[in-house]
Design a protein. Sequence first.
Length: 325
Amino acid sequence: MPTCLIVQPVHPAGLDRLRAGGVEPRMATSPDMASVAREIVGCEAVITRNAGLDTAAIDAATSLRIIANHGVGTNKIDLRRADALNIPVLFTPTANARSVAEQVFALALAAARRVVQADAAVRRGDWSMRYDPGMAELHGKTLGLVGFGTIGRLTAAIGRHGFGMRLLVWSPRAEDAALAEAGAARADSLDALLDAADVVSLHRPLRGDTRHTIGAAQIARMRPHAILVNTARGELVDTAALAAALRDGRIAGAGVDVFAAEPPPADEPLLAEPRAVLAPHLGGATDDALRETALQCADGILEVLAGRPPAHLVQPEVWDRRRAA
């Protein structure tokens, strides 16, 4: 029976789907790559989440025929090494998209309505917070979307239809037809979007050219009442610059679900900022999304082991030269 190493916990539905398809899931004892490299030997498949899969683990997996990435971001998988060894990598770009889009508004609302501070006020018996100025509605405001992939488009739909927001998009690859269908206007530049938006939501992948998409210069262009939300990748934002802007009151708030290092170190500057609403990378961690993501991983693995291409390959060109059984 083929074996699939599970690097980090996934929804039981995915494990059941593997077993039903004749593949035995085996849980790694630890997600650290040294343990994975030892335990992946002899496995035909692997499912990994944010731990990724490094060069040593891929090299140790001489029987590996498919790497399944539980989520969208694959920057922690050595794609170059997988390509060199003719191992396809599948990912799940649609499974958790709606949950992440909803998290954008959970964070935006929490920042706009000071939900964390309000909860703390009630618990300490301080009812006077309700008289403090500075809270805001989202209705009718401008939502600026930096990137317009699956999650960005779902975020746009929630903002437009749920909150009556105006939509402004900066995405060099976004097609005019897609923007028109979404009811969104195109920003000519990132600066133009930052000048106009009340809520800025990031939806870009992490690449060399996207690191610190939002830094001190970009934050300086934002409106004093604006809110920045990052549910994409931690390194898209210079968090030291963001913390300084929040501390000085140059923007109203931020919602941050992702960090460059996870968990963030004790000296992460955002940890000290009460106007930053922070979450431990749980945008796609609803039960609904986790179940669908695990099922998509399992179904993709079963397809590959049966000799059929899965729905979503990171590097489709590997398929025709994939490693044989």
